[in-house]
Write a protein that binds this ligand. Structure first.
Ligand code: GLN
Length: 478
């Protein structure tokens, strides 16, 4: 079996009889086995994937656009009759009773789901260190974290353990681990992909996102999973373009950047220099590159953490051990209040508890107006501000993260430092716009990959993907 280059190349090999889905699955299972120490996979569906591969091989024509494509799913995405736990003890032993719409669509298109991958508990985190299954290692440097919360999804693609993977992005959880692992991470527009079957963290921010090695692969997965869904009323009715076939070549774009972001004190100077250099190259290639003053940067992380913890405190109230999930062995001896307390105190991890407490605090009477209402106002101002920018520009260019992947444990004792590192990613979720992280650079000192982030106006994924494709020599990434 040749190394995976792209879905199109692989499907040609299938058609030409150079490989089979079954041989490919077997190859991936071996690789997963050989990389177990990275701790990316929580569960591998070996027998099931091989059987499905055989069924696909027996078909006389491809089942769909993702025929034979090997996919890993973050442990927050429901897959009927398979365990799903949000990497939390509180969902220990829980089996999904239906599949997420995105999963249904992957399967209808012929994909093979090879396993369920690790993440931060309830997708809260930036390092994948907050998981009941333990931390995930970055395959580029095993002393470093892969990023989070979708760390397992990123490492699965980085280390060649799946061809593509799905994660979720509430504040950067697809783009930041993609950046730290040297692959592509796309967060679609809010409402582009159904959230049905995605375990909620903060419902007005959450989107399922895609990890891949090439832009055509990213585009193909997006066109399969995107689009209207009767099970999620927040999904847009806008038709889904055939992104992969519609990728445009040679267009010129208007790119805005925020000098405040590139000069920010938290940003690694080598990352800043690489981005400035890249902007210069784009200008030389005929795009317009314009500095735009943006003075809201320091408000966006606090706004994000007020609003998402508020939503999380409400979303996570359903986990109480009554109908499903973890129940403390001592809970039966308690009155109702004590029953909830025991289950929730033992079932949730530290970071999740911190956020539930914070969320309840910002929603509590006396503090609601001071925090929650204020944060909602900032969200509105930010959205209006970006709308104005997108009247004049196609993209906003930002770093994806202020540094390369941290060392394991480096920020574990300092949640605030960890939160501040979300400075460049949370804006897209606060305003619902699509954003992508492109793996363009290697850090000269740390020898670690990092990317550049591009954001576009809502539902402008096609231009985002087209521009990205022209900047990543497809098929030459690895
Ligand atoms: N790092 C962010 C957080 O901890 C992002 C999480 C996410 O996108 N799921 O909230």
């Amino acid at each position: 079996m040749q190394d995976f280059i792209s879905i199109a190349r692989y499907q040609t090999q299938l058609l030409n009889g150079e490989t089979t889905c079954k041989a490919t699955v077997a190859h991936y299972l071996e690789k997963i086995e050989a990389h177990q120490h990275l701790n990316a996979f929580i569960e591998v569906y070996a027998a099931e994937a091989l059987q499905r591969a055989e069924e696909l091989d027996a078909m006389t024509a491809p089942q769909g656009k993702l025929h034979g494509v090997i996919v890993a799913l973050k442990d927050v995405i429901c897959h009927k009759d398979h365990a799903v736990t949000a990497a939390s003890k509180i969902l220990e032993g829980f089996t999904a009773v239906f599949s997420a719409t995105a999963v249904e669509r992957l399967l209808e298109a012929g994909a093979i789901i090879i396993g369920r991958v690790n993440c931060d508990e309830f997708a809260m985190g930036s390092t994948n260190e907050h998981s009941v299954y333990g931390k995930v290692l970055n395959a580029a440097d095993e002393t470093r974290i892969p990023g989070g919360s979708s760390g397992g999804s990123a490492v699965a693609v980085q280390a060649g353990l799946s061809m593509v993977s799905l994660g979720s992005d509430t504040g950067g959880s697809v783009r930041q681990p993609a950046d730290f692992c040297g692959i592509i991470g796309l967060k679609p527009t809010y409402g582009r992909v159904s959230r049905y079957g995605l375990i909620a963290y903060a419902s007005s921010f959450d989107q399922i996102g895609i990890f891949a090695r090439t832009i055509p692969d990213t585009a193909l997965v997006l066109e399969v999973i995107a689009g209207a869904d009767d099970f999620d009323s927040t999904v847009s009715q806008q038709p889904v373009p055939a992104y992969s076939a519609a990728l445009k070549k040679d267009a010129t774009y208007r790119i805005a950047y925020f000098p405040e972001a590139l000069e920010h004190e938290s940003l690694d100077p080598e990352i800043s220099a690489a981005l400035k250099d890249q902007l210069g190259k784009w200008e030389a290639a005929g795009h317009t590159v314009t500095p735009v003053h943006f003075d809201l940067l320091d408000y966006i992380v606090p706004t994000y953490y007020v609003l998402t913890t508020a939503e999380a405190s409400s979303n996570l109230s359903r986990f109480d051990g009554v109908k499903y999930g973890y129940r403390s062995p001592e809970a039966a001896r308690e009155e109702l209040d004590g029953f909830y307390k025991k289950n929730r105190s033992e079932g949730f991890g530290k970071e999740v508890k911190r956020r539930i407490l914070l969320g309840n605090f910002v929603l509590s009477s006396g503090y609601y107006d001071a925090y929650f209402t204020q944060a909602q106002k900032v969200r509105r101002i930010l959205t209006n501000n970006l709308q104005l920018i997108f009247k004049e520009f196609d993209f906003i260019c930002l770093p994806t993260a202020p540094s390369v992947a941290f060392k394991i444990g480096e920020k574990a004792q300092d949640p605030i430092a960890m939160y501040i590192a979300d400075i460049y990613t949370v804006m897209a979720n606060l305003t619902g716009i699509p954003a992508i992280s492109l793996p363009l650079f290697t850090h000269p000192t740390h020898q670690m990959p990092f990317g550049v982030q591009l954001m576009a106006a809502p539902f402008n994924e096609l231009s985002l993907l087209s521009f990205s494709n022209n900047n990543l020599a497809t098929e030459s990434l690895f």
